[in-house]
Write a protein that binds this ligand. Structure first.
Ligand code: ATP
Length: 226
């Protein structure tokens, strides 16, 4: 589904990530772990098309998307739940979800909304509420729901549990399980690396911008760096 080869991204003169290589198939899950500044967010942003790649290649469903715009990647099935949620606070819950679904035919919208509401019933109850007045956990659910509205085949999730109560974190992991059961592949960054590695069958460990280990999560080396 997605194959990344020798990816390198820079911010000006700073090389943020380099020598990144992995393959992820339909419905597979990969935890991205590493200390602060390791390059996890940059890698997710590069996959979503928000950070430019200077060399290397990203293939998605057999097509080379290395130079594709973020909007086209979204249309092709790459969804992003960004760090800090980035919901639109002055729009209602429903309007936020509609924005997420703009790339899909309008006729699909009721079904896509229902799909989101089945996973997050609380969003259904708060459809008319301004997103900025939601709790942190509800905002995370909305960020998930917004990404789901574009019917992604690959979901990129950055800092899943940041600032959330444990019960809300559990709900978010339950949502991820449901998405995975629908065949959606997931790349997950969570400050609680034990939780992300327990959820994901594979793990890629990053340090100082490059990958130092990748493989089955249960075989990951013990480490104090992540
Ligand atoms: P954290 O866990 O702290 O969020 P991270 O693993 O997600 O860290 P990145 O945010 O991807 O790491 O940062 C990787 C490197 O790129 C860091 O050295 C960071 O300072 C640098 N960096 C990130 N964003 C920018 C930017 N917009 N301009 C310049 N350098 C940046």
């Amino acid at each position: 589904m997605i194959e990344v080869k020798n990816l390198l991204c820079r911010y000006g003169d700073i090389t943020a990530i380099r020598d990144i290589n992995f393959v992820l198939q339909k419905g597979e899950t990969m935890a991205l772990v590493g200390p602060n500044g390791a390059g996890k967010t940059t890698l997710l942003m590069a996959l979503a098309g928000h950070v430019r790649c200077h060399s290397g290649q990203i293939d998605f469903n057999g097509a080379n998307i290395t130079g594709a715009e973020a909007v086209d990647r979204c249309l092709n099935g790459i969804g992003l739940v960004p760090e800090g949620r980035r919901i639109f606070p002055d729009l209602t819950v429903l309007e936020n979800l509609e924005v997420g679904g703009y790339s899909r035919p309008k006729t699909e919208q009721p079904e896509n909304l229902q799909n989101v509401f089945n996973i997050f019933p609380r969003l259904h109850d708060r459809q008319k509420q301004l997103a900025g007045s939601l709790s942190g956990g509800e905002q995370q659910m909305l960020a998930f729901g917004r990404a789901m509205m574009s019917r992604p085949r690959l979901m990129l999730v950055d800092e899943l549990s940041l600032g959330l109560m444990p019960s809300v974190v559990d709900e978010c992991y339950d949502a991820l399980k449901k998405l995975q059961s629908e065949g959606i592949a997931i790349i997950l960054v969570d400050q609680n690396s034990d939780a992300s590695m327990a959820f994901c069958s594979s793990t890629l460990i990053m340090e100082s911008g490059h990958q130092i280990w990748s493989g089955a999560s249960h075989q990951a080396p013990e480490s104090s760096i992540y």
